[in-house]
Design a protein around this ligand. Structure first.
Ligand code: C5J
Length: 234
């Protein structure tokens, strides 16, 4: 389609305006181990249905974003097979019987190259979409994400994925400190814990948008389609 034009999304705390050629969709950690029954998330006692409800809105946003020819990036949380990038603190925290690097239901837990570490088939990356492998919660820590965005002159991010209060929130905060404006569509991010979902979103949009904006996928797509139409038929 096109990459020019400006979209205005109804959002909180006020409308989020983005230039189509300066904005990327960043999908955080939609990995099998977090979302699929039988994965690491469920092994820890979590209800994966709380996360799986975000798959369909993400699929719609991703399809429209791709059709508009706009940039998409994916992240995966995980570690090198030799675990040399896994801090001891992260390995032992939680005192679980199985922790990162141990054999799990979908291969070694959160280890790169293992089945559970990969992205769910519903949102699988296209070859031209960068996949950022991150050892931390934030997508900017110890990765080349900032360099990739800078080379593409990206200034604004639509951030989706899981989990709202952990990797999504950490990434939005890191992005904010690096000068990016972030919009989070509430139905495209998920938490195992409803109260964290609510507070995670509240924290982003609080105090006049201290970390960013919150909207939903319908409003985002409406704004995107309107902007593309306006550009094609001025
Ligand atoms: C967590 C993530 N929750 N992707 N990872 O450990 O939010």
């Amino acid at each position: 389609m096109t990459t020019n034009g400006t979209a205005i999304v109804e959002a909180e705390p006020y409308p989020f305006e983005f230039e189509l050629d300066r904005t990327a969709l960043l999908i955080i950690d939609m990995q099998r181990d977090f979302l699929e029954p039988g994965g690491f998330g469920e092994m820890l006692g979590n209800d994966v249905l709380q996360l799986r409800r975000v798959i369909e809105p993400n699929r719609r946003v991703l399809a429209t974003w791709r059709a508009a020819g706009l940039p998409v990036l994916h992240t995966r949380e995980g570690h090198r097979p030799d675990l040399s990038d896994l801090p001891r603190s992260k390995k032992v925290r939680g005192r679980g019987t199985s922790t990162i690097g141990d054999p799990g239901p979908m291969g070694r837990i959160l280890v790169r190259g293992e089945p559970g570490h990969d992205i769910i088939p519903e949102l699988y990356p296209m070859p031209e979409e960068p996949v950022v492998d991150k050892p931390g919660k934030g997508a900017f820590f110890a990765t080349d994400l900032h360099a990739i965005l800078q080379h593409r002159r990206i200034e604004k991010l639509i951030v989706t994925g899981v989990t709202t209060e952990v990797c999504v929130n950490t990434t939005v905060r890191e992005a904010n400190d690096r000068g990016y404006d972030c919009l989070v569509p509430a139905d495209c991010v998920g938490s195992y814990f409803p109260e964290f979902q609510e507070s995670g979103l509240k924290m982003i949009k609080a105090q006049g948008g201290i970390f960013g904006w919150v909207s939903d996928s319908e409003k985002l797509l409406q704004a995107l389609v309107t902007a593309v139409e306006a550009h094609l038929h001025p």
